[in-house]
Design a protein around this ligand. Structure first.
Ligand code: FCB
Length: 485
C-alpha cells in the first residue's frame, strides 16, 4: 500500500533546508498562564502568589499586574488560529493552579478545567500538539499563607493538583511538564525576593528547593496513575551553563559552587539518586539536610521521566570572591534576573558574576548560543534522556512602524543563532525533539511587567491587537522549510 505523507506533499515546492532538523521535530512556541491569560477573578479563579506580589507596591515595574495581561482567556481562539497560520506544530502553555484548584485544596473547579479543555481542543483541531506545564510559578496564595514551598505539605498539595489536572485533561494532552524553572521559584521567590512571594530567607529558599523537587516526584507518580500509558512526562529546568572566568582553581571552585546550587540541586535527586555531598557541605550552615530530606524522598524525586526540558537564555560566567572586584550593575543583574540586596545563591553569596560579552538583549542578557549547544550535549551525556528546548528567545526594544508592522531583525538573529546551536547539538549526538520559542505573544514579564517584549507576535496592550513581527514570519518559513536556509 502506498501512503501519501501529507507533510511532504504540502512542502514539495519548498527548497531543502541547509540546516535540517529530524523528522517529527516539534516547532513550537511557549507561554505561561499568569503572563498571558488575564481574567484573574473569573470563573472561580482566586489569587496566586503572583497576583499578591504584583499588587504589592514596588515589586513589579510600573505597578503592572496580570489582571488583564493579553486577555488570552477570552482570545485563545484567535491566538490558536494565529499559531496555525504560522505553522507551529506544538504549543507549550501552563495550567493555572488557582483556576483549577483555587485554594490549593479540594475538588477541581469545572469552569477552570473547561477553559483548558476548549484551548486544547482548539489546538488539536488545528493540528497543534499541546504541551502543558503544571506549575509556572502561580502558587495559590492560600498555600503561601500556609507556609508556601518552604513547607513540606505544599509538595503533597501539588501532587493532588497534578492528579486532578491529569485526570481531567490527560485524554487530550500528550506531553506534561511538572515544574517550570524551579530554580526561580525557590531562589528568586524565597532567596533574593525579586519574584513572588518575595521572601528573602536563604534557609527557606533551600527548603523550597527540596519541596519543589519532592512535589515534582510526587506529581510524576500521581500523573502516571491517571494519564494514558502513551503520555510523556517532563520537567523544564533552567540549568545554568556555568563557565569559570579563568582556569584558575579559585574560579573553577566558584563554578563548581554555582553548578551545585544552580543545577545539581535539581538534577542530583531527579537523575542521580540524591543530593550531592558538596552541595550539602556548601549549605550546611544554612539548613540541616538530614532533617529536611526524609528517608525515601530522593527515591520519590528520582521517579523516571520521559523527556527533559531545558530553558536557555544565556551562559553564566563566574569568578572567585575577590575584594578588588566591584560587581557591575549589569553583572549583578545577570546573576539572578533582577536587583536585590539579597542573594539568590545560598551558601555561595560571594561568587562574582560577569557578563559573557557585551552583545546583550533588552534584558541585559548576553547573546551566546554556544551555551545552548554545550548545555544540550552535556545534558545528553549526563542524563541520557530525550531533550526539548522548552524555552529560548529574547526581548528587544520593538517598535511599531508607521505601516503598523514590527520589524525585529535582532530577534531573528538571536533565534537563528540558537536554532543553529540546537542543530549542532543534534549533530553531536544529543536527542533533541523540539524547540519552543519564548514567547508566542508579548506578555507580562514578571518583575519587569509589560516593559520587556519577548513575543514573536506583538501585542498592543491598549487594544489587545495582535501583529506578527517579522520574526514570526521568518519562523514560519523555517518551519515550512523544516530548518534553516
Ligand atoms: C523564563 C521564564 C519565562 C519568561 C522567560 C523570559 O525564566 O520561565 O516565564 O519570563 O524567562
Amino acid at each position: 500500500m502506498t501512503m501519501t505523507d501529507p507533510t511532504t506533499a504540502a512542502h514539495a515546492s519548498v527548497a531543502a533546508p541547509r540546516v535540517a532538523f529530524p523528522p517529527g521535530f516539534a516547532w513550537g512556541a511557549a507561554t505561561a498562564a499568569y503572563q498571558i491569560e488575564g481574567a484573574a477573578a473569573e470563573d472561580g479563579r482566586t489569587p496566586s502568589i503572583w497576583d499578591a506580589f504584583a499588587k504589592t507596591p514596588g515589586k513589579v515595574l510600573n505597578g503592572d499586574t496580570g489582571d488583564v495581561a493579553v486577555d488570552h482567556y477570552h482570545r485563545f481562539r484567535e491566538d490558536v488560529r494565529l499559531m496555525a497560520d504560522l505553522g507551529l506544530t506544538s504549543y507549550r502553555f501552563s495550567l493555572s493552579w488557582p483556576r483549577i484548584q483555587p485554594t490549593g485544596r479540594g475538588p477541581a473547579v469545572e469552569r477552570g478545567l473547561d477553559f483548558y479543555r476548549a484551548l486544547v481542543d482548539t489546538l488539536l483541531e488545528h493540528g497543534i500538539s499541546p504541551v502543558a506545564t503544571l506549575y509556572h510559578w502561580d502558587l495559590p496564595q492560600d498555600l503561601e499563607e500556609a507556609g508556601g514551598w518552604p513547607v513540606r505539605e505544599t509538595a503533597y498539595r501539588f501532587a493532588e493538583y497534578a492528579a486532578l489536572a491529569g485526570a481531567a485533561l490527560g485524554d487530550r494532552i500528550p506531553v506534561w511538564t511538572t515544574l517550570n524553572e524551579p530554580w526561580c521559584s525557590a531562589f528568586l521567590g524565597y532567596g533574593s525576593g525579586v519574584h513572588a512571594p518575595g521572601r528573602t530567607n536563604p534557609a527557606d529558599a533551600l527548603k523550597a528547593a527540596h519541596h519543589l523537587n519532592l512535589g515534582h516526584g510526587l506529581a510524576v507518580g500521581a500523573l502516571r496513575e491517571v494519564l494514558p500509558a502513551s503520555a510523556k512526562i517532563a520537567v523544564s529546568l533552567n540549568l545554568h551553563l556555568v563557565r569559570p572566568l579563568t582556569d584558575a582553581p579559585e574560579d573553577r571552585e566558584a563554578a563548581r559552587r554555582i553548578e551545585a546550587v544552580g543545577n545539581r540541586v535539581w538534577t542530583g535527586p531527579m537523575f542521580k539518586g540524591g543530593y550531592d555531598e558538596d552541595l550539602k557541605a556548601d549549605t550546611a550552615h544554612i539548613v540541616d539536610w538530614d532533617e529536611l530530606v526524609r528517608p525515601g524522598d530522593e527515591a520519590e524525586i528520582g521517579r523516571p521521566i520521559d523527556l527533559l526540558g531545558l530553558n536557555y537564555y544565556n551562559p553564566t560566567v563566574v569568578s572567585a570572591p575577590n575584594g578588588a572586584v566591584v560587581e557591575t550593575a549589569e553583572a549583578a543583574r545577570n546573576d539572578g534576573h533582577g536587583d536585590s540586596e539579597f542573594s539568590c545563591w545560598p551558601g555561595s553569596e560571594d561568587v562574582v558574576f560577569h557578563l559573557a560579552n557585551d552583545d546583550v538583549t533588552a534584558m541585559g542578557w548576553p547573546i551566546d548560543a554556544s551555551g545552548l549547544s554545550d548545555s544540550l550535549v552535556g545534558m545528553h551525556n549526563d542524563f541520557g534522556l530525550p531533550l526539548l528546548v522548552t524555552e529560548n528567545g529574547a526581548a528587544f526594544e520593538d517598535v511599531v512602524g508607521p505601516d503598523g508592522e514590527v520589524d525585529d531583525p535582532e530577534r531573528v538573529r538571536y533565534v537563528e543563532l540558537h536554532l543553529q546551536a540546537v542543530a549542532d547539538a543534534i549533530a553531536a549526538g544529543a536527542d533533541v525533539r523540539g524547540y519552543y520559542l519564548w514567547s508566542f505573544l508579548d506578555n507580562f514579564e514578571w518583575a519587569y511587567g509589560y516593559s520587556k517584549r519577548f513575543g514573536i507576535v506583538h501585542v498592543d496592550y491598549d487594544t489587545q491587537k495582535r501583529t506578527p513581527k517579522s520574526s514570526a514570519r521568518w519562523y514560519a518559513e523555517v518551519i515550512r522549510r523544516g530548518g534553516l536556509a
